[in-house]
Design a binder for this molecule. Structure first.
Ligand code: SF4
Length: 240
């Protein structure tokens, strides 16, 4: 039985870079690891990231006593939320269904609070990278757009008066900085992201139905693509 296509920030980011890669990876489900140094480095980074996320989760859930965590900015963040009566949801999963497609977002921590009858929410993402991206890079990330829109719709379905401006995405890079990088949301951004998703859905449906004959490939996307050794559409080969 063919598995249902579930869309995430990763799959939509792939689609935005190369619609053929989206097809082979997420529609045909042909996963490939090229064992390149870059790929090995990436997998090593993932392992470290899993450990670090576990420590943060344990810290926010009051499991054990982590002296190292207590000394980080996370300690202040945690106390501030608790003092203000926020509810903290660690490793929170959002499942959503839109225009016949499933969407999913795995959020490291969602903080939701109320003040004078208004709902406020922060989406936290813990990063273990050693390079700090620019603010515009963070703002334009697919992760930022997808997490914000899915969280906004989820909260709004429960609190219809929820104001988009009371939602923020917060990236935290504890290995290089002690302050989060915040991205505000707005109704205008909501509408723009919705328009972007609608356009991608047209493309996705065409790929899934097998109606796509030519693919959209972002310039430079093939250079670090794990499929580039055998891909017929790769700009690194002349096999087109
Ligand atoms: S090698 Fe290039 S064209 Fe082929 S899947 Fe990767 S990014 Fe797309």
């Amino acid at each position: 039985m063919k598995r249902e296509l579930v869309l995430s920030q990763n799959s939509i980011k792939t689609l935005s870079q190369c619609s053929y890669k989206f097809k082979i990876k997420y529609v045909d489900r042909f996963f490939w690891n090229d064992f390149s140094p870059k790929n090995r480095e990436y997998n090593e980074g993932l392992k470290q990231g899993v450990d670090y996320h576990m420590r943060i989760r344990r810290f926010f859930q009051n499991v054990g006593h982590d002296e190292g965590m207590m000394r980080t900015k996370l300690s202040t963040i945690k106390s501030s939320y608790i003092e203000n009566g926020y509810k903290l949801y660690n490793e929170f999963k959002i499942n959503s269904f839109y225009k016949g497609r499933y969407f999913v977002a795995d959020i490291d921590m969602l903080a939701i609070g109320e003040d004078e009858g208004k709902i406020y929410a922060d989406i936290w993402d813990w990063k273990t990278d050693l390079v700090m991206p620019s603010q515009s890079n963070l703002e334009n990330r697919m992760q930022t757009k997808i997490y914000l829109i899915l969280t906004y719709e989820m909260i709004k379905s429960r609190y219809p008066d929820f104001d988009a401006r009371n939602l923020r995405m917060k990236y935290y890079y504890p290995r290089i900085d002690s302050y989060s990088r915040d991205i505000k949301f707005s109704k205008a951004q909501y509408l723009m992201t919705k328009k972007m998703i609608d356009a991608y859905l047209i493309e996705i449906n065409s790929i899934v139905l097998g109606n796509t004959t030519s693919y959209r490939i972002e310039k430079g996307a093939c250079k670090f693509c794990e499929y580039n050794k055998f891909c017929d559409f790769s700009e690194l080969t002349n096999r087109k």
